[in-house]
Design a binder for this molecule. Structure first.
Ligand SMILES: Cc1cc2nc3c(=O)[nH]c(=O)nc-3n(C[C@H](O)[C@H](O)[C@H](O)COP(=O)(O)OP(=O)(O)OC[C@H]3O[C@@H](n4cnc5c(N)ncnc54)[C@H](O)[C@@H]3O)c2cc1C
Length: 542
């Protein structure tokens, strides 16, 4: 007898999405989350008295509209609003770039008329590739299969459909797709633009959460990965969830609970129970056993296969792949409580302007980003870090006391592991000071306005949120770890190497970000397998 049809390890947004769809299909589901709250990296917390913020992930775009609709997230309290301007890049020379609906090209023209003229064509080119990715988000990639059986035939058909989709692209767009998958962001953007600030604006997406220089081959993919989203139907926009990112996961948890899903917090899983080569449940840290017909893992695949499953149960080649799974973002995250809005030297004023609602990128060039990476590689953090600051309280008055504000500082690059075996616990506050001082250079007086702060080093991201290596995506988004190779060739269809074991987190296609897609796709695989095994009819969700 199984206590549950499916046990989900981890109540991140993907675990919750998976659970909700399984519950919707009539399955009995249990979610086990190690923290005291669900949401994983998409949570809202009071980080200092009176000030709440999205303490890890902080901005929304990639969350799939089908999932929002299927889980009725808006009915469960989610509200997403647009920023009044998308991005603001103040330079240290007194100039700035503001990207906002209708005036981006005009603002680019302040730096380069040629860049401004090329911007629309660039956007169309990126959109064409983003549309391809968008169509693939809610599908399992074609999976590598051996032999000549029904499964192999199915995968061949899938690969054929994928090939056909690519054939619909013009040769030019196909070349772009290849460029975006293989080139460096600097090469890709350099072919379009000459202005340093414009390239820095667009190049930020290539290095965010990606411990690499924008000159590293493959980093152009970051541009594409951050382009498949939308806010309230408007493609490629980024917005804010009222109440913070926790509003998304709380709505997901309510949706799942509405379908009978049981969610238990403070319930860390120690290992997957393997019986006769099949995942049959889990063992918790406290020794309790929770049995299930299937296990869906929302955790990083490296954690799953190197810490939660006996090595003897895995093929050596697969185990080696997981041991070598590259997961380490060069990310340092801060939440700050502010007594007033910052006034930027390049655009002074503390009254809330459109630029205050934007993603404020402090990194004036790709060369600056390259130096940040080289510094982090050699000394552990960059002397001049790249920072995106978002001040969500400019769009949401539920986060800070009246008149005060909260800001997210998303800082790159820091080394996930410090040189000479130094510990992040000894250097966290020193680096946090550097981040505040960096903002202060662009917005004099910022430092004095900070009335509280929380700093999260890569080690903290691992210890607090369970993110192996502090990797915000559960694994680097590089060609060797994407699509049919995520997490490994032959296992891209959300099914693990053991029967009854599934991947429902960001370590599966399409990778990291608050998308809900791996959770959605894994649920579909689980339901299909149950139908095959038990003739179960998932008639309430397709
Ligand atoms: C600092 C930071 C900033 C980011 N910014 C953005 C952003 O602005 N926008 C965006 O779209 N994305 C952003 N991301 C990326 C995005 O948040 C993640 O890729 C995404 O949330 C991962 O979701 P997930 O459900 O797959 O995994 P997770 O959110 O990591 O959830 C996994 C869950 O498993 C739990 N768990 C771990 N071990 C165990 C165990 N042994 N037993 C039980 N449970 C366990 C964890 O506690 C966690 O709740 C950011 C991430 C970080 C860290």
């Amino acid at each position: 007898m199984q206590a549950y049809d499916v046990v989900v390890i981890g109540g991140g947004h993907n675990g919750l999405t998976c659970a909700a769809y399984l519950g919707m299909a009539g399955l009995k589901v249990k979610v086990l989350e190690r923290r005291a709250m669900v949401g994983g990296a998409a949570v809202t917390e009071e980080f200092c008295p009176g000030f709440r913020n999205s303490v890890a992930a902080y901005t929304v775009s990639l969350l799939n509209p089908k999932i929002i609709a299927d889980l009725r997230l808006f009915d469960h309290g989610l509200k997403i609003v647009e920023r009044r301007a998308q991005n603001f890049l103040p330079g240290l020379d007194g100039r700035y770039l503001l990207a906002a609906e209708g005036c981006t090209a005009g603002n680019i023209a302040k730096f380069s008329r040629g860049d401004a003229e090329r911007y629309d064509a660039f956007s169309r080119e990126l959109d064409a590739s983003a549309d391809v990715l968008r169509e693939l988000i809610l599908r399992a990639p074609p999976n590598l299969t051996r032999g000549a059986n029904l499964a192999a035939f199915g995968e061949m058909l899938k690969a054929g459909r994928f090939g056909n989709r690519l054939r619909r692209l013009s040769t030019e767009n196909l070349c772009t797709l290849l460029d975006l998958l293989t080139k460096s962001a600097a090469d890709y953007l350099g072919a379009w633009f000459e202005g340093e600030l414009v390239k820095a604006w667009l190049g930020f997406d290539a290095i965010v959460g990606n411990y690499a220089s924008p000159y590293t081959p493959g980093t152009a993919y970051g541009l594409l990965h951050h382009a498949f989203g939308e806010v309230n139907g408007k493609k490629r926009l980024w917005g804010h969830a009222i109440g913070g990112m926790g509003a998304i996961t709380q709505a997901m948890a309510r949706s799942a609970a509405g379908y009978g899903v049981e969610i238990e917090t403070d319930a860390p899983v120690r290992e997957v129970l393997i019986e006769k080569g099949r995942a049959g449940g889990v063992v918790l840290e406290d020794g309790r056993v929770v049995r299930g017909g299937a296990v869906a893992a929302n955790v990083n695949p490296k954690l799953l296969y190197t810490a939660m499953i006996p090595q003897s149960a895995l093929e050596p080649a697969f185990l080696r792949r997981m041991q070598g799974w590259r997961c380490a973002s060069g990310t340092f995250r801060m939440n700050v409580a502010l007594s007033e809005l910052p006034s930027f030297a390049a655009l002074p004023g503390r009254d809330c302007g459109d630029h205050h609602t934007a993603g404020i990128i402090l990194a004036p060039s790709l060369d600056y980003m390259d130096r940040a990476y080289c510094d982090a590689r050699t000394i552990g953090w960059s002397r001049e870090p790249i920072i995106e600051m978002v001040i969500p309280s400019t769009l949401d008055d539920t986060l800070a006391p009246a008149g005060a504000h909260v800001a997210s500082l998303f800082c790159q690059h820091v080394s996930p592991q410090l040189p000479e075996r130094r510990s992040w616990s000894d250097h966290r506050e020193e680096v946090a000071d550097l981040m505040i001082e960096t903002v202060d250079r662009y917005a004099p007086g910022f430092k004095a306005s900070v009335v509280g702060r929380q700093a999260l080093s890569p080690l903290d991201l691992e210890q607090v949120f369970g993110l192996t290596g502090g990797d915000i995506f559960h694994g680097a988004l590089t060609l060797d770890q994407l699509f049919w190779a995520r997490p490994a060739l032959g296992y891209a269809d959300y099914r693990g190497p053991l029967k009854g074991l599934y991947h429902c987190g960001s370590g599966a296609h399409p990778g990291g970000g608050v998308t809900g897609a791996p959770g959605h796709n894994a649920a579909r695989a689980i339901i299909a397998d149950r139908r095959r095994r038990f003739g179960f009819h998932a008639n309430r969700w397709r």
